[in-house]
Ligand binder design. Sequence first.
Ligand code: MG
Length: 386
Amino acid sequence: MNQHTVAVLGATGSVGTQALDVARNRGYRIDLLSAHRNVALTESLAREFAPATVVMTDESAGAQLKTALADTKIRVLSGEEALLGAIAQTKAETVVNSILGAAGLRPTLAVIRARKRLALANKESLVIAGDTVMEAVREENVELLPVDSEHCAIYQSLLAGKRSEIRRIILTASGGPFFGKTKAELENVTLEQTLAHPTWKMGKKITVDSATLMNKGFEVIEASHLFATPEDKIEVVVHRESILHSAVEYIDNTVIGEFSVPDMRSCVQYAVDYPDRLPGVGKPLDLFALGKMTFEKPDREAFPLLSLAGKASALGGCMGAVLNAADEVAVDAFLHERIRFSEIADVVSKTFDSLTALKDKTSLDDRFAADAEARAKAAEVIANTQ
Ligand code: MG
């Protein structure tokens, strides 16, 4: 078997470091690494994996890394344009895009245009511009494999039937740290409680999004684009054990799901090794130790962002971009203790409701404009709540 050659974008983040752990375990060659500004970690990853090229999207971090790696043959570049150029030139067969936030969209499109397999962990690419991304995938005829446990599970479950035979997608949710709390109880939760996620090891932004269920809402939008399925055929089911990672129900009532120990590395491995299956880097599932699995309905009143995402998906146009931008600003304000937990949903909802006219805008430029407009509006809403 060929040794896979891989590029990892957003290499120093939570998914990026886990992707590199898979590379370490499975012996993938790394051709390209990118990071934003974590020079120390990028230097150590570059020395370990010896990629041809490393890109820091922050210019001054790039200059520092260039000095730090001066004794090596590694080419060090700086800035977003340099990253897009490096993607166009990489020898990698698969590019893992684990960049955080809206900054991942242009790299996603660059990977598709370079006709590489895209292992996509940057869900914002689909939330902001799912139509554009999926159209590019069809035009270039590239493989897009989701690196998100739920979507990886759905992808695998879909291999059991035809798209026309799907009745619904069952998207599982851990429920986050505040599952079972009422709207009133959520008024008093702290930042520290929010950042204590029971199952998944993740960055701060997505940990907060898991607590508000915004992350699950984004995943509904993500699934609707990836699998060309309207949001009313995607049912969110709370499954606290996080063992069934999602499932597909077919019209003959058969439900096909993917069960495994929660480990993001298995999604990365699946995306790189597909269509082969090779020995896993994580632990096997012990059903007797698990004992039982539970399933419950999400509380849409206590966690209104889940339904707001459904609305964004139904409205289409730039509403995903608006939702994502408003949430990025609101979560940042919460992480800096400028707003309370319950105010995240208020800020996002108010921003969303004031910009619904953007549902009729659909070009890529419109989406970037909507992103900027929603950020400004959300900042204004936050200023008014203080
Ligand atoms: Mg997920």
